[in-house]
Design a protein around this ligand. Structure first.
Ligand code: SF4
Length: 326
């Protein structure tokens, strides 16, 4: 099966014309970047605007670049409702064409009772159809309503699994339909329920429990390594949707009370080289919480999330480990 995405060129062209935009910046997540040239060419041929592809990584709807473009078109993400996003940003969720029914057939034998159904921006238009299909097979399906960081019911972000938490005590398991482990891992860390990840393209079904256990072992080791640190850097993100300055200041106070020297730093893209150059013993990131978790192997010094810093400071028991959610 070949997967295609709806880049909604006609809608983008309409907005460019209505707003008489002269310069338009296109942002694509890494997984869709290969499609950027064809989208840019199509928009160029249909409008008089200068169309520019952003070559920088775009991690999420939280990630709006500073630019003098009249319009930023961000593909692959839904808006974050609680974020004061500039009017010049337009989100195109890039709906996938991948039919989810075959992978639902594949996952059926592993499900029973009540299932919490979750997905991402690319597949959310299939959510009701997926729930109907699972319901027709005798399952009770719940679609949770999330907090104001989430645009749609049943949506999950790497930093917010509130749609799952909303129904966690009523379900036997969660079913995530989509690509990759990034989102189902958030659900697995945010709830204690079994999580099955079903990929509509590869038809692969994975139980996330092993990954969750491995990741928790790694996180425990990172916290233990940070115990020998004297000076700890607290990272504030300059990205508007990842900025948690108040949380960062609170972490400083907490770590200072626990006997560490805590130093605030601010940056946009967080890289191992930048951290090495500043040269502190450990870090706490109040930026995208997945950076500390998913990129841990690339950092020479431990990088902790906010709840992990609470464990380090003795304010939270390891048994109460939680996903750092924004
Ligand atoms: S903070 Fe991280 S996980 Fe959350 S939307 Fe942004 S990039 Fe995704």
């Amino acid at each position: 099966m070949k997967e295609d995405f709806d880049f909604e060129n006609a809608r983008v062209v309409q907005v460019i014309r209505e707003r008489a935009c002269r310069k338009v910046l296109l942002q694509f997540p890494e997984g869709l970047k290969r499609r950027a040239p064809e989208v840019a060419s199509a928009l160029s041929s249909l409008t008089d605007a200068t169309i520019i592809i952003s070559g920088d990584q775009c991690f999420g709807a939280c990630d709006i670049p500073a630019t003098d473009a009249d319009l930023i078109v961000q593909y692959g993400h839904l808006p974050i409702p609680c974020l004061e996003t500039p009017k010049s940003v337009m989100y195109i969720q890039a709906r996938s064409s991948a039919d989810p029914i075959p992978v639902l057939e594949a996952v059926l034998p592993r499900l029973s009772g009540t299932v919490g159904l979750l997905t991402t921006a690319q597949h959310i238009h299939f959510l009701v159809g997926m729930a109907d299909f699972l319901g027709s097979k005798g399952l009770k399906v719940l679609i949770g309503k999330g907090e104001s960081r989430l645009y749609a019911d049943g949506q999950v972000l790497g930093c917010n699994a509130s749609c799952a938490r909303a129904v966690a005590d009523k379900v036997d398991a969660f079913l995530f339909v989509g690509t990759g482990d990034f989102h189902p891992l958030a659900v697995s860390l945010a709830t204690s329920k079994p999580v099955f990840a079903a990929d509509p393209m590869t038809l692969e079904v994975r139980d996330m429990s092993e990954q969750r256990d491995r990741l928790l072992r790694q996180r425990h080791a990172a916290i233990e390594r940070a115990r020998s640190a004297k000076r700890i850097g607290i990272i504030i993100s300059s990205k508007i949707g990842q900025r948690r300055e108040r949380a960062a200041v609170a972490v400083v106070g907490m770590l200072e009370s626990a006997g560490f020297t805590a130093i605030l730093t601010e940056m946009d893209l967080i890289t191992p080289a930048k951290l090495d150059t500043i040269g502190l013993d450990a870090w706490v990131s109040t930026a995208c919480p997945r950076l500390a978790i998913d990129d841990s192997a690339s950092f020479r010094t431990p990088v902790l999330t906010v709840p992990e810093a609470e464990i380090l400071a003795g304010k939270r028991a390891w048994e109460n480990y939680i996903l750092d959610e924004i």
